[in-house]
Design a protein around this ligand. Structure first.
Ligand code: FAD
Ligand code: NAG
Ligand code: NAG
Ligand code: NAG
Ligand code: NAG
Length: 341
């Protein structure tokens, strides 16, 4: 059986995890990741990388539960292995707090994270403006380690990483049998998808090694996530803002809001301010597509639109994309067979 040449467009969190998942499950595929940017210049490099799902409105809850569970279980195993330190995956405990009780006291993912319970009054006494909270243990990925760790594994499995922009997806026809589209916001130009848009997120990384517990306001706007190097303070969510520049007022707002939740952060020293654009869509797009041009065909598998939840779902979505690729293999072989007639 001939090897199937797969091009993955996008070397961010989603592209790398999809490439790795394909290589580990489909030995008949050779994989090349083609990307304009790689770590430390991708969206994931800005993120705190904490596994706390939000809800994708256009995707079934059943599917979201499965993706989160697959991702959590996969990373839990890595965190529990000798790879954890290099991969930058670790357990983290903390609190998600609410000014008023949310509609769902127990969110859809409560049985997937570890030790989920409601906070009691003694704990809530720390937060005078909040009346309700959830305590649990989850996982966190340090992107500055996790992304290079995946790159290394792709290369050691025989995969290639190419630094370049794909201007036209048809340029890949002939060299590759299948294209996997993990281009995030790049999909807008490349595939003409106008339904994907950026949600700008700014974070401030500070030096506060005494913080060991995460605190997240359930409204999603304010969070404190201790990591391997520094504590990530956030955040902002600005729809349709394409700017990569940190805004001074936003940093001040983040620090004020975080100090309000965690007074020990007053006067903390700033390591850096970072901005990322969350590739957002009403629903994630994971599906097969067949491009046609002048009697030529190019099979594509889309995997993009992870928005603010890439870390929470990436391994589950990589597995779904891999399954779609596996389903395509017989037809790709068919094309080979025909071309030999
Ligand atoms: C401030 C912030 C905090 C976050 N916190 C969390 C969190 O705590 N938990 C969580 O789960 N998620 C979080 N996220 C979301 C998470 O970071 C994203 O969902 C994830 O990084 C998206 O990954 P991606 O690979 O789809 O996109 P990207 O990292 O943007 O990757 C897309 C890649 O495609 C490449 N590309 C695009 N077009 C082309 C082309 N034509 N040719 C070649 N290459 C191309 C780009 O160069 C890029 O490398 C956060 C995001 C931000 C901004
Ligand atoms: C990241 O961006 C910087 C600045 O543009 C550049 O010098 C560096 O080579 C980039 N790194 C990678 C891995 O692409
Ligand atoms: C954690 O590691 C121990 C020791 O290797 C192993 O017995 C256990 O099954 C692992 N648990 C998980 C969830 O990976
Ligand atoms: C909350 O939990 C702590 C630790 O389990 C306990 O010491 C404390 O008494 C509890 N407070 C209330 C009000 O139940
Ligand atoms: C790849 O996905 C992007 C969305 O990120 C989309 O705009 C683009 O059309 C897709 N490319 C192809 C070749 O389908």
């Amino acid at each position: 059986m001939p090897l199937i040449q797969v091009a993955v467009i996008g070397g961010g969190l989603v592209g790398l995890s999809t490439a790795l998942c394909i290589m580990e499950s489909l030995p008949h595929c050779t994989v090349t990741v083609i990307s304009e940017k790689f770590s430390p210049n991708t969206t994931g490099d800005v993120a705190a990388g904490c596994l706390i799902p939000h809800t994708y409105s256009g995707t079934s809850l059943h599917q979201q539960i499965a993706w989160f569970k697959e991702t959590f279980d996969y990373l839990f195993k890595i965190a529990n292995s000798s790879e954890a330190g290099e991969a930058g995956i670790h357990l983290i405990s903390g609190w998600q707090i609410f000014k008023s009780p949310p509609k769902e006291t127990y969110p859809f993912w409560w049985q997937i994270v570890l030790g989920f319970r409601l906070m009691n009054e003694t704990e809530l006494a720390k937060f005078p403006s909040h009346t309700f909270g959830q305590a649990f243990t989850t996982l966190k990925c340090q992107a500055s380690q996790y992304l290079p760790w995946m790159e290394k594994r792709i290369k050691s499995n025989g995969g290639c990483l190419e630094s370049r922009k794909v201007k036209n997806v048809w340029d890949l026809h002939g060299t590759y049998d299948v294209v996997v589209n993990c281009s995030g916001l790049g999909s807008r130009d490349l595939f003409g998808d106008q339904s994907i848009y950026p949600v700008k997120g700014q974070v401030v990384e500070v030096n506060a090694p005494w913080i060991k517990h995460f605190i997240r306001d359930g409204d999603g706007n304010t969070y404190i996530y201790p990591g391997i190097s520094g504590v990530t303070l956030g955040g902002t969510r600005q729809k349709d803002d394409w700017s990569f520049f940190p805004n001074v007022q936003d940093s001040k707002g983040i620090l004020d809001r975080c100090c309000h939740l965690e007074p020990s952060l007053h006067g903390v020293s700033i390591i850096q301010e970072k901005v990322g654009l969350r590739p957002t869509r009403s629903g994630l797009r994971i599906e097969k597509d067949l491009l046609n041009k002048n009697n030529l065909q190019l099979p594509v598998i889309h995997n993009y639109g992870h928005g603010g939840g890439g870390f929470s779902n990436h391994w589950g979505t990589a597995k779904t994309a891999t399954k779609l690729l596996q389903e395509l293999i017989p037809s790709v072989h068919n094309v080979y067979a025909k071309s030999k007639l």
